[in-house]
Structures are given as structure tokens and as C-alpha cells.
Design a protein around this ligand. Structure first.
Ligand SMILES: [Mg+2]
Length: 330
């Protein structure tokens, strides 16, 4: 996944859920249903209204469906309790807040409703202000859980990404590599690994300071991420070292990918606070798992890519060395 996808993913986390201001009303009594609808609309909620439990369940299974549901207990097709049970049995990600409506003369046990997963209940007839207060309380619960969800997702993002470049961090890119290696073992397709290292990076830090060095790293991250295919993976492996996972490519494809990465860094000077700086990248590429060959373990792949990178450095930098196809491991 390249950087723009990763950033889109992070931005998506901060968007409010579209289902938060919408309320589902499931009520078979047409007069009462219209009444509920007009109250909620007056309170600035969007409303989806249905007259039976089956339709309620259909609505709730759609993407971005309402997160709050007001369900009448007695309805044709499927009663409110069953809808409630299904909601709790199929909860994926976001929580839904359910208010159950009972009629005064129904001999229903409210405890049974709450046991089925309802958050609250109202006995008809009820005062409009009571409904309003209950809906408000429900919305507070949903907003709180939304905030928790965002916090959790933000932590998840931070745990897997390098804070400077927003690329996958060392731990995460290593996990990706293991997953892709397993996938290659399964489907028999090859896996390319590129280890890339900025040339003479220490001199940039020593001459211009760490702020300039950090800016170069950040820009390198963006350029690398923009130079790969959407299903390749770019991670910051160490200080000025990057690991790129290139699934399902042949040797020629991997060479072309590595060359694009080399050009992305070396072909245009970097803008910096001390003026334009020319930076180059050395790369070690390795491909494994093609044809009948067995996929070596990730340690062996990394070692081979590292050795190829070392040769690229020794041969004068700003170049790609390939370890070629690895032989099958015993
Ligand atoms: Mg009813």
C-alpha cells in the first residue's frame, strides 16, 4: 500500500460516521410512525422509517446505516426483540444504540428486552420530551464510542507507521513481508524485496544538521511511495534505510521497479532550507519463490537483499545490484 493510500486511510479515520445523525424507526402503527418521524426531523435527525422488522433488519445491514434504532416490540415479520438480537449478534465495528418501544397493555417483560440487547425502552404512550431526552442520551453514548474508536484507530496507525515519513515502520513492514512470503508460498508467485539506502546520508546530517536530514528522509519516503505500484509496500527499515516489498513480479519487473525507485530519488535535487541538495539511493534487489523454487525464510531474503545493497555501495553507489534468484533452502 503506498503512502497516498495510507494517508487516505488515516484521513478516513477522522471523518464522522455518516450513520451518526440518522435514526431508524421501525413501527407498524402508521400514525405513531409518522409522529415519531416528524418529531425526530424537527430535532434535526435524518430518519429512515419502516413498518416491519424484516425491513428494519435489511436497512441495518446496509453500509453506513443508522447507528440509532427505535424499534417497536410488536411488529409483523420480525418483532423488535428479534431485530435487537440480530443487531447484537452481527456487530461489526460500530456500536448501535437501540431504543425499544412497548405498549402499556403488552404483557412484555422489559428485562427480556434489555437482555436481548436493547439499550433503553419507552412505554407507549410517552411524553415527547422523554423521547427527546432518551435520544439525546443515546447520541452521547454513540459519540463517545465514536471518539474511542478514533483514538483506537489513531493508536493503531501510530503503532504501525514511522512518525517522520508516515511509511510502515520496521515491525510493520517485516510483518507485511512475512505475510507476502506466505502468500507466495501458497500461490507459487514470486516475491521481490528491495533494500534501499540513501548514499552519504551521514554527511548531510553532519553538514546541514538533523532538521535538513529529517526533511530529506521525509521527502525520500514520499518519492519512494509515489514510485511504487499500489500493491507494493514501502517501509522505513532503519535510519536512512528503506525496505520495499514487491509481490508477484518477475526479475525484469523487479529491476524496473528498483530503477524507478533509484530515479525517484537521484534524478531531481531535493529542496531544502539550505538550497537544493542532490541525494542518491543505492539498492539491493532480490527475487524469490518463482517457478518451482521454494520461498526462503524472511531472514534469508533480507540477508540476500542486504548483501546486494552492500555490493551496490561498494561499486560506487546510486545503483542497483541484484542477488538474482535464490536457490531453494533445504
Ligand atoms: Mg406494533
Amino acid at each position: 500500500m503506498n503512502l497516498s493510500h495510507q494517508l487516505e486511510e488515516r484521513e478516513a479515520l477522522t471523518l464522522p460516521s455518516p450513520g451518526l445523525d440518522t435514526v431508524l424507526i421501525a413501527e407498524d402503527d402508521p400514525i405513531f410512525r409518522h409522529l415519531l418521524e416528524s418529531w425526530l426531523q424537527r430535532w434535526k435527525y435524518r430518519v429512515v422509517a419502516v413498518d416491519n422488522g424484516l425491513d428494519a433488519w435489511k436497512v441495518l445491514q446496509q453500509d453506513n446505516s443508522p447507528q440509532m434504532a427505535i424499534l417497536d416490540w410488536m411488529m409483523p415479520g420480525m418483532d423488535g426483540i428479534e431485530v435487537c438480537r440480530r443487531i447484537r449478534g452481527n456487530e461489526r465495528g460500530r456500536y448501535r444504540y437501540v431504543v425499544l418501544l412497548t405498549a402499556k397493555d403488552d404483557k412484555h417483560d422489559v428485562v427480556a428486552g434489555l437482555d436481548a440487547g436493547a439499550d433503553d425502552y419507552l412505554t407507549k404512550p410517552f411524553a415527547v420530551e422523554e423521547l427527546r431526552a432518551r435520544i439525546r442520551a443515546g447520541k452521547r453514548v454513540l459519540e463517545l464510542q465514536e471518539a474511542l474508536l478514533h483514538a483506537h484507530q489513531a493508536l493503531q496507525f501510530e503503532a504501525e507507521h514511522d512518525p517522520l515519513t508516515s511509511l510502515w515502520n520496521r515491525g510493520a513492514i517485516f510483518k507485511v513481508m512475512e505475510k507476502e512470503a506466505q502468500r507466495s508460498r501458497r500461490n507459487g508467485k514470486s516475491l521481490g524485496i528491495v533494500m534501499a539506502d540513501l548514499d552519504h546520508f551521514k554527511e548531510i546530517n553532519d553538514s546541514y544538521g538533523h532538521l535538513v536530514g529529517d526533511a530529506i528522509l521525509k521527502e525520500t519516503g514520499s518519492r519512494l511511495a509515489a514510485a511504487v505500484r499500489s500493491y507494493d509496500w514501502v517501509g522505513r527499515y532503519g535510519g536512512e534505510e528503506f525496505l520495499i516489498i514487491v509481490p508477484g513480479c518477475d526479475a525484469a519487473g523487479l529491476s524496473a521497479s528498483a530503477e524507478r525507485l533509484r530515479q525517484a530519488v537521484g534524478d531531481h535535487p531535493f529542496k531544502s532550507s539550505v538550497g537544493p541538495l542532490s541525494v542518491t539511493l543505492s539498492l539491493g534487489a532480490v527475487i524469490a519463490g518463482a517457478g518451482k523454487m521454494e520461498m526462503p525464510d524472511c531472514e534469508a531474503l533480507l540477508r540476500a537483499a542486504d548483501e546486494a545493497l552492500y555490493i551496490a555501495k561498494a561499486k560506487g553507489r546510486n545503483r542497483i545490484e541484484s542477488a538474482g534468484l535464490l536457490v531453494a533452502q533445504p
